[in-house]
Design a protein around this ligand. Structure first.
Ligand code: FE
Length: 311
């Protein structure tokens, strides 16, 4: 039998006191958020008749989630990152600045400060095993004109789905580069083909996904930040077509417009021209940016990110 207490004065007073609404100190926005958060959770406890055992299991889980540093993994897995993108898309629509290459989730593994090169970059350090990849494209405005000097900040995983900086066996900034597009917006990166990755086995995120009957895998993908003054900053990633999880990303990052073919090139002359040892994959992806006068959206939104200063 479920009991109803939410509408009692005792619970209303408890919520107000717990959120600090009965005092004049603190931060009003924080009070508003905490009051709403607590109200929604209390209401859920009532509606779903959450038992004390279930509640404390959840509390212990949150402890474990933090200890395992998996909050940023569970969040995309539960759709929060994609939901924020949906909201941002709707805002762009209202502001008349929708269009261009679609945004998608940033993920938690960006590292600021990667080496910058003009037009072309080699992203791998030559020690990292993997098939060669030639990633190239043009940054365009909505009229199809190349955007000179657009900054293409690219990062991706190795063949084990591991990222430099977070996996310390990598050299610094391996598989991370910033490329300044040429006067016509063209850029080229030579690298290795990344693989997808999964949530750590036995970890906190997978523990929840298991209970939901879901997997915790991402398809092979390549992250981008693309920026240029006077244009809306783009946070996106491309998925390589043909991966088992291309359309079944546990983090909900796939968008149809961002699925790109990786074409095998075995022509000896091209292999030699691009400096590969054997067959490589050609990945061509053009990026369209949307013009805006609003300087607050010409850079990535503020968020705690890793920054490594270069010597
Ligand atoms: Fe990633």
């Amino acid at each position: 039998m479920n009991v109803k207490t939410m509408q009692t004065n005792a619970v209303k007073t408890l919520l107000e006191k717990a959120a600090g609404l009965d005092n004049a100190e603190g931060n009003p926005r924080m009070k508003e958020i905490i009051h709403r958060l607590l109200s929604d959770i209390y209401q859920m406890i009532e509606d779903l008749d959450i038992t004390p055992e279930e509640f404390w299991k959840g509390a212990n889980y949150l402890n474990e989630l933090g200890t395992n540093m998996e909050v940023m993994l569970l969040a995309p897995g539960l759709g929060f990152d994609h939901y924020l993108d949906i909201r941002q898309d709707a805002r762009d629509e209202l502001a008349g600045i929708a269009g261009g290459t679609p945004r998608t989730i940033e993920g938690p593994l960006y590292v600021a400060g990667a080496p910058i090169s003009d037009t072309e970059a080699r992203m791998d350090d030559g020690e990292t095993p993997g098939q060669g990849m030639l990633l190239h494209g043009q940054v365009l405005d909505e009229e199809g004109n190349g955007i000179a000097g657009a900054l293409v900040d690219v990062w991706h995983a190795d063949t084990n789905g591991m990222y430099s900086h977070f996996q310390t066996t990598h050299s610094e900034f391996n598989l991370r580069r910033r490329i300044l597009a040429d006067e016509n917006g063209f850029f080229t990166a030579r690298s290795i083909v990344p693989n997808g990755y999964g949530c750590p086995p036995g970890g906190s995120t997978l523990q929840v996904l298991d209970q939901l009957g879901r997997h915790g895998n991402r398809p092979a993908h390549i992250h981008f930040f693309v920026s240029k003054p006077e244009f809306k900053h783009l946070t996106s990633q491309i998925n390589l077509a043909g991966d088992e999880y291309t359309y079944d990303d546990f983090a909900f990052g796939t968008r149809d417009e961002l699925v790109v073919d990786a074409n095998p090139i075995s022509d000896e002359a091209l292999i030699k021209q691009h400096g590969f040892d054997g067959e490589f994959l050609d990945v061509h992806f053009d990026i369209t940016l949307v013009r805006t006068a609003d300087s607050s959206i010409q850079e990535a939104h503020p968020r705690a990110r890793c920054t490594v200063e270069q010597a």
